[in-house]
Design a protein around this ligand. Structure first.
Ligand code: AHR
Length: 334
């Protein structure tokens, strides 16, 4: 479920109401174009960053779909910093774009800037990640995955992985969390725990859990520390492929075999994840589809035209076990 808890606006220190923070990267992916004599729709898009293979595929998908739709895209990379995203959104408000879309780096602290957009009658569409807000009218819809369900699916597929590996008895689990405060980190952990508490309270235990910030470097560093403090870990649940791949490097450096000595379940399904899985180093992947561009552009047009859209437009996804990796690899689109 999309989190709808009331939340007071966090005090957000923002340097300027206009212009982007110094370290954010902005580009206009299309020049002002016209279609059929009327001015092209202008979309301001604030991206989280470029922390993972998933994110790169998502950025490409958004840029390509905007181009195909003939929109003027004002794109900004927040480099995983909320203050950069807030500055970008403020800049889009000042520029008077038609629609603002963004993938929020964290769930809280958006009310103030979203109220500014509302005051200027600029509709906001969330993509990929949700926010917690005190006022539901501050955004129109969310186009993205059900992260809680991804967490549940990770736990369910781990049951199969353990069975296949012939693992009996207690299961010591290490969890590599995504960015602290981000919807996919909170909700994947929640969904996984839900299944664990309901069905495996006696045998599964998360013995260590820490953020690797959704990056390969983070995954490697944190997994190395996990192995120091808990050398007898049975399973790694990584909230994305990139952290899982970083962790594989740490596991190999510690003289262990990823996928055998430590069973690994990750989320995303990017090509590098599938390569690691086809090499036997990841045991299962829960897919999270980054190709949201076409769906987003459709919704943006509807919102601009004043049409009613669903509150949450969910993405369809699958799960993959290791024995499916080789066959699936050539068909992976990202
Ligand atoms: O919000 C989606 C998550 O963000 C992806 O699972 C992760 O790889 C990315 O950084």
């Amino acid at each position: 479920m999309l989190s709808r808890r009331n939340f007071l606006t966090a005090a957000v220190g923002v340097a300027a109401a206009t212009g982007l923070a110094a370290c954010a990267k902005e580009d206009d992916s299309a020049s002002d174009s016209t279609s059929g004599g009327s001015k092209a729709l202008v979309l301001g898009f604030s991206q989280v960053g470029s922390e993972s293979g998933w994110r790169s595929a998502n950025t490409d998908s958004v840029k390509e779909a905007a181009k195909t739709a003939g929109y003027t895209l004002k794109f900004s990379d927040a480099q995983q910093k909320q203050e950069n995203q807030i500055s970008a959104i403020r800049s889009y408000i000042t520029q008077g774009v038609d629609v603002i879309a963004f993938s929020p780096v964290v769930v809280t602290g958006w009310d103030a800037v979203l109220k500014e957009a509302k005051a200027k009658k600029i509709p906001v569409v969330l993509t990929d990640r949700s926010v917690e807000t005190s006022d539901e009218s501050l955004y129109v819809t969310l186009v993205g995955s059900d992260f809680t369900d991804e967490g549940r699916r990770a736990a369910k597929i781990l049951e199969k992985v353990l069975e296949k590996a012939g693992h009996k008895g207690a299961v010591k689990i290490a969890q590599l969390e995504g960015t602290t405060g981000a919807a996919p980190a909170i909700e994947r952990a929640k969904g996984f725990k839900e299944v664990m508490d309901a069905d495996h309270a006696d045998d599964w235990k998360i013995v260590v859990s820490q953020t690797g910030d959704f990056t390969r470097a983070g995954g490697k560093q944190v997994m190395a520390a996990f192995l120091q403090s808990n050398p007898d870990i049975d399973v790694l649940f990584a909230h994305n492929d990139d952290m899982g791949i970083g962790a594989i490097q740490a596991i190999e450096a510690a003289g262990k075999k990823p996928g055998k000595d430590i069973l690994i379940v990750t989320v995303d399904g990017v090509k590098d994840g599938f390569i690691a899985m086809s090499e036997g180093k990841i045991n299962a992947i829960v897919e999270c589809n980054p190709l949201l561009g076409p769906q987003l552009m459709e919704v943006v047009q509807k919102v601009k035209d004043g049409e009613t859209v669903e509150r949450w437009i969910k993405t369809k996804e699958g799960d993959f076990m290791q024995d499916q990796a080789k066959a699936a690899l050539p068909t992976r689109k990202y």
